[in-house]
Design a protein around this ligand. Structure first.
Ligand code: SAH
Ligand code: SF4
Ligand code: F3S
Length: 467
């Protein structure tokens, strides 16, 4: 287990001092920012930290992209289309920048940690002012200050990764939020770029995590999602706390009512974790457990370190132990060398498990990963056709699975409401992540409601407030 390296207090202070200086210098100016964030919850949470730092610099959020004088693109590179979208959206700003020379454009996030891509973007779009990689996040106020004084900045630091504690955060929600527990990834699944752009896996100290959760509970947050590329391998070298023990400590925080976590890797899902899920009252009965493929041959080529049988065994164990648990998953189709037979094993696994949601992707070769250089790359049409068949199969499973809820009741944490419907519909999730819509208004947002399920619609459940 590697010791976690935290960014030193001096380094952090230097950055926050730069923010305070900027705030002083920029006083009286109307500075508005807009962040466009792509990719996973990690990136969304980074965007909340960028917001925190920007507000410390004296910026306020712009109501729309058009009203902002600082645009920040927090990029993702997990699949090719994510990359294409960013290049397209940035390219489209050329005219606006000509008409509005005061507009500052920044690009950061995972895609910018790939040096060759960042340099390509820097050359291709001379109107981009500021580019920085994932390991520079905590230096943002320093970089912004250079940029504001007219310098064009490209800053990418190679690093295994450190942890920057104590950055200011402006959270998107007020009752449900994310807490990062691990950064980076060591798994090197052969298709995946994440380990290259997020550095080695490192775990925050349990004290810092619990302190953050406690503060969030005091601020009124009721639901916490613990985040990491592979939360199951959370391990803090200093005191030997592992993930089940961490769940236990978070469960003890007063005021928090629901604990979720993602993502779980099947190879590290231990019996102790299943036991913790079964016994800790606040830990929700849902697990996002990406399977990626149902074929052992492909799982080996993917370097996933488990078999189809091991995965199905875990599903059985977890269903036996945790009441009403629902599973969601990620699946890739068209991995190099995937035959029709391999693919049919993925379909049969989906049928056997009955996921409540499957996030499905066509394999996308990523520069520098092992799979990108493998023989047997699958043509796009074949990938597309397999994706359609897989989606049809998982939709059928979902429909069948939803039926068992009709007539039952459960508690929904209300997330929002949809006024487009004839009757305004409130919506939110059961503890097991099933989405429920029911007649109700805006005032219910953030509350827990007991709802009786009366039917199903698309992927969701429909209900009414229970008496
Ligand atoms: N750490 C998580 C999530 C990683 S990215 C995990 O291990 O599951 C989210 C999902 O994107 C992955 O689960 C995988 O299904 C998909 N993905 C990653 N790299 C991909 C690639 N090169 N092509 C297609 N899908 C990919
Ligand atoms: Fe990528 Fe695998 Fe790490 Fe997930 S566990 S981030 S899929 S390398
Ligand atoms: Fe997430 Fe995309 Fe980076 S999925 S970790 S934002 S490459």
């Amino acid at each position: 287990m590697r010791k976690t390296v935290e960014v030193s207090a001096e380094e952090l202070r230097e950055s926050l001092d730069a923010a305070a200086r900027l705030k002083e210098e920029l006083k009286g100016r109307d500075l508005r920012y807009y962040i466009e964030s792509y990719g996973c919850q990690m990136n969304d949470h980074d965007a909340e930290k960028l917001s925190g730092m920007l507000q410390a610099c004296g910026y306020s959020p712009a109501p729309s992209k058009e009203e902002a004088n600082l645009l920040l693109f927090n990029t993702c590179c997990v699949r090719e289309h994510a990359e294409k979208r960013v290049f397209g959206n940035i390219g489209a700003l050329k005219k606006r920048k000509e008409n509005e020379p005061g507009l500052l454009i920044g690009v950061c996030g995972c895609m910018m940690q790939q040096r060759e891509v960042a340099e390509r973007l820097y050359k291709r779009f001379p109107f981009v002012d500021l580019i920085f990689g994932t390991h520079e996040l905590h230096h943002f106020p320093l970089l912004l200050s250079r940029s504001l004084s007219g310098e064009r900045v490209l800053s990418i630091r190679e690093s295994d990764g450190e942890i920057a504690e104590g950055l200011p955060v402006v959270r998107g929600g007020s009752f449900s939020t994310f807490v990062t527990i691990t950064y980076g990834c060591n798994n090197f699944c052969s298709y995946c770029i994440v380990p290259y752009v997020r550095g080695r896996e490192r775990s925050r100290s349990p004290e810092n995590i619990v302190a953050e959760v406690r503060t969030l509970a005091e601020q009124g947050f009721r639901e916490i999602t613990l985040l990491g590329q592979n939360v199951n391998s959370y391990a803090h070298a200093d005191d030997g706390v592992d993930f089940p023990e961490l769940l236990c400590r978070v469960n003890a925080v007063d005021g928090i009512e629901r604990i979720r976590f993602m993502t779980s890797h099947p190879k590290d899902l231990s019996p102790r974790l299943i036991e913790a899920m079964a016994t800790l009252p606040k830990v929700c009965n849902h697990i996002h457990l990406p399977v990626q493929s149902g074929s052992n041959r492909i799982l080996t080529a993917m370097n996933r370190c488990y078999t189809r049988e091991k995965y199905l065994g875990l599903v059985r164990d977890i269903r036996a132990a945790v009441d009403g648990i629902e599973l969601t998953t990620d699946i890739i189709v068209g991995f190099p060398g995937e035959t029709e037979e391999d693919f049919s094993e993925t379909l049969s696994l989906v049928q056997e498990v009955g996921f409540s949601a499957a996030y499905t992707f066509m394999y996308s070769p990523r520069l520098g990963t092992r799979a990108a250089a493998m023989e047997g790359q699958i043509p796009e049409e074949v990938k597309k056709e397999r994706l359609l068949r897989l989606n049809a199969c998982s939709a059928e499973q979902l429909r069948a699975g939803n039926q068992k809820y009709v007539g039952k009741s459960g508690t929904v944490l209300v997330e929002g409401f949809d006024r487009r419907e004839k009757t305004p519909m409130a919506f939110g999730k059961l503890t097991n992540f099933k989405m429920v819509y029911f007649p109700g208004g805006e005032e219910l947002i953030g509350s827990m409601q007991n709802v009786k399920i009366t039917g199903t619609q698309n992927n969701s459940l429909i209900g009414v407030l229970a008496e």
